[in-house]
Design a protein around this ligand. Structure first.
Ligand SMILES: Nc1ncnc2c1ncn2[C@@H]1O[C@H](COP(=O)(O)OP(=O)(O)OP(=O)(O)O)[C@@H](O)[C@H]1O
Ligand SMILES: [Mg+2]
Length: 237
């Protein structure tokens, strides 16, 4: 009799443990699903162009020394960003068309967002257009709101730096306002362009360039042929 009751106590405990384990597993599954949903929302909000949606470090081929150095610099930057929340250190990617600058910058951005930071990808012309649109009569957004869109994200990727847009002095002043506010808030920016380093300095202005360089920001030069013009790889068989 005593043995029977012991057995039933043991089996009650086993049932209880297994229910508890199932509940814990279910709660963990729901937490992971919620995290995945938040991540997808953050990636959707990050403005990554459709063409680059699937581009990652893993899909970037090391075709030569230049690509190898570029990729490992960007991977290191992403690792350090995750470790130090960016710490305000920027990165400059320069070089000829089709050499993978945007691809690698998007890979860094995705990595940074994956680790719970906010990030935004925008071309310099789109950023300036969004700010200028607020000057129009009846604009729903104020100039401050537009600025804060570009100042708030932990990481901003500013692409196509070098494209001539509007009045040079006004353009320089707007870019300075955004990048200076980010600098003051210790939020890093990745700058991408086809210009040489000297041309980029002159496009952005000395004061912006000086801020961008603080803390030993890497400047990565991309060289070689455009990946866009490579012959398509033939399928085996
Ligand atoms: N090393 C590489 N491995 C795999 N794909 C690459 C590589 N380099 C470039 N690509 C691909 O080639 C295309 C062009 O690359 P990307 O747009 O990043 O070049 P870019 O340097 O930003 O050019 P641009 O200065 O004209 O904007 C993209 O589809 C990109 O994914
Ligand atoms: Mg590009």
């Amino acid at each position: 009799m005593a043995q029977d009751s012991g057995c039933s106590l043991n089996s009650d405990k086993a049932d209880f443990d297994s229910v508890r384990r199932r509940d814990a597993e279910q709660a963990e599954k729901e937490r992971q699903e919620a995290r995945q949903r938040d991540l997808e929302k953050a990636l959707n909000r990050a403005g990554i162009p459709e063409r680059f949606a699937g581009k990652t470090f893993a899909t970037y081929q090391n075709l030569g020394t230049s690509q190898k150095v570029a990729r490992s610099t960007c991977e290191l930057y992403a690792d350090q960003f995750r470790a130090m929340k960016g710490n305000g250190v920027c990165m400059i990617l320069t070089g000829s068309p089709g050499t993978g600058k945007t691809h690698l910058a998007v890979s860094v951005l995705r990595n940074v967002i994956d680790s719970g930071n906010t990030g935004l990808f925008v071309s310099v012309s789109e950023m300036l257009r969004k700010i200028r649109n607020t000057y129009a009569k009846g604009s729903k957004q104020t100039e401050e709101e537009a600025f804060s869109m570009f100042v708030k994200p932990t990481l901003l990727v500013l692409d196509e730096v070098g494209v001539a847009i509007g009045d040079e002095e006004k353009r320089k002043a707007m870019v300075f306002d955004v990048l200076n506010a980010r600098y003051n808030a210790l939020r890093p920016t990745i700058i991408i362009g086809n210009l040489t380093v000297e041309e980029m300095q002159s496009y952005l202005g000395e004061r912006v360039w000086d801020r961008l360089m603080e803390g030993g920001s890497p400047v990565v030069a991309f060289t070689g042929e455009s990946y866009r013009q490579r012959a398509p790889v033939k399928e085996a068989g």
